[in-house]
Write a protein that binds this ligand. Structure first.
Ligand code: ZN
Length: 313
């Protein structure tokens, strides 16, 4: 395992100056301790490992672990245009605009929104995952548009991370999206077994919530007029495997389908997508807070806010 790869999968090992001083075996042990310590902190709220060795991102935040920060990741950017539609609409421009529309809605609801990119610039895999992990966010959402060699495929699909893809189409989609990250993605895919196990442990920690959010998002998106739902899927998107929080990637339509490209050019369609995702995030936030005891279920089964915890989506 290289220090480079370790930094991406393990919060503890992000301090390379410290990990570089210990031999390889020590690094492995410390990395595993870091992951297990983080899991313990998350599940039980009690640190059983040496606090000097275990990063405790949540402990650095004041107050209860309430849902209040979302990282939005507009795919591609700069030299990486992503997919391009028959009339020339670039995925990088479409997804940045949808991301801004969604960010505006979330901010109006009191959520802190962090963007991995705010302009037409390319950011590496490491930069994107570092932005997300440094923000200690409660949800990471990557926004993309799909492409196919044929003009026929259409529809919306939502992903959460897995090492094995749901099906052949899902695997190809992840390969295409990962390609933009070049060598970083390739090295992730060739990861040694321990790195894979570490990545898998971290993914497992948030797997249930990632799956829950993906279902909510796909449900809301399929309610949009003329939308075709292609379902919730799993695939090894490297950008999802590198973040330490519930994470999902949405493909908001096929740019290579002329009819969908036409729709995706319109402000009304982009607003509808942003509305749907904002609603899914809001429902997810309510459930997230109930699970962590920040809010309680009301008499009718809907979450009610406990006093004194500030704004909420
Ligand atoms: Zn993409």
């Amino acid at each position: 395992m290289t220090g480079h790869r370790t930094r991406r999968v393990c919060e503890f090992c992000r301090d390379s100056s410290r990990s570089d001083r210990v031999p390889a075996l020590g690094k492995w042990i410390l990395a595993v301790a870091g992951v297990l310590g983080s899991l313990t902190l998350c599940i039980g709220g009690i640190a059983t490992a040496d606090p000097a060795l275990v990063a405790a991102p949540r402990a650095e935040r004041a107050g209860p672990d309430r849902f209040d920060v979302v990282v939005l990741d507009a795919g591609h950017g700069g030299h990486d245009e992503g997919a391009t539609g028959p009339s020339g609409l670039h995925e990088k421009d479409l997804v940045l605009d949808v991301t801004h529309r969604l960010a505006e809605r979330l901010r109006r609801r009191g959520v802190r929104v962090v963007l991995t990119r705010n302009a037409d610039r390319f950011h590496s895999l490491e930069e994107r995952t570092a932005v997300a992990n440094d923000a200690r966010a409660d949800l990471f959402l990557s926004i993309h548009a799909n492409a196919s060699p044929s003009r026929r495929p259409r529809g919306i699909e939502t992903y959460f991370a897995a090492l094995d893809a749901t099906d052949d189409d899902a695997r190809k989609t992840a390969e295409r999206e990962n390609m933009a990250f070049g060598a970083a993605a390739a090295s992730f895919e060739r990861a040694d077994p321990l790195a894979v196990i570490l990545g898998d442990l971290i993914a497992t920690q948030h797997l249930q919530e990632s799956s829950e959010f993906a279902k909510l998002a796909q449900h809301e998106l399929s309610e949009i007029g003329r939308a075709r739902s292609r379902g919730v899927k799993q695939a090894p998107f490297v950008v999802l495997l590198g973040v330490q929080m519930p994470a999902s990637l949405v493909e908001i339509g096929f740019l290579t389908n002329p009819e969908e490209e036409r729709g995706l050019r319109s402000a009304s369609r982009r607003d509808a997508i942003a509305d749907s995702l904002a609603k899914a995030i809001s429902v997810f936030a309510d459930r997230y807070d109930v699970r962590r005891g920040v809010r309680e279920l009301g008499a009718a089964g809907s979450p009610t806010r406990r006093a004194g915890h500030g704004p909420h989506p």
